[in-house]
Design a protein around this ligand. Sequence first.
Ligand SMILES: CC(C)(COP(=O)(O)OP(=O)(O)OC[C@H]1O[C@@H](n2cnc3c(N)ncnc32)[C@H](O)[C@@H]1OP(=O)(O)O)[C@@H](O)C(=O)NCCC(=O)NCCS
Length: 155
Amino acid sequence: MIGIDVVDVERFRATLERSPGLPGRLFTDDERAYCLAGADPVVHMAGTLAAKEAVIKALSLGNLAAWARRVEVTRGASGAPSVKVTGRRETVGISITHDGGYAAAVAFRDISGEPVREASEEPTREGRGGNGKLDRFLDRPSPFARVLYPGSDFP
Ligand SMILES: CC(C)(COP(=O)(O)OP(=O)(O)OC[C@H]1O[C@@H](n2cnc3c(N)ncnc32)[C@H](O)[C@@H]1OP(=O)(O)O)[C@@H](O)C(=O)NCCC(=O)NCCS
């Protein structure tokens, strides 16, 4: 699964001016310290917020209010961001960008380290329902099918 999100920096700045307590509800202490060290903290906060929302989508977690501080974005020595999600074992990769008044982020769930499901645990084609388009897609040799259904015997 992947997730994506974009934040309008000036709109977010206006929201923060109206709700000065918001950073404390959205960001952990370490996240705030990182953002506040930047030349324009709101830009980094917007990127961090976009990353949280992208992760929430990639893992289908639910709403931002419940997960904001449980999805923690950190940066390594190179500046590359990574994420830790309290109470979840999935490995999630993220990327953040900001330019032209917007901050955006993508997140993906890395399934390469997860155990491959047995074929008997795979959902059946009948169970997937639909109009046969998915069946036709799966019947074609496709790298996407291997990614979507790891462990299946696609060529
Ligand atoms: C990665 C890099 C090309 C991005 O440049 P950019 O186009 O100006 O970056 P953008 O404005 O699109 O995005 C900024 C975001 O990129 C992310 N980022 C920064 N460095 C990164 C890196 N090395 N790898 C991946 N993502 C990086 C950060 O999340 C940053 O936003 P944040 O500070 O709010 O978290 C640039 O930062 C770079 O060349 N970094 C290398 C730095 C390096 O090697 N440092 C070694 C220090 S020991």
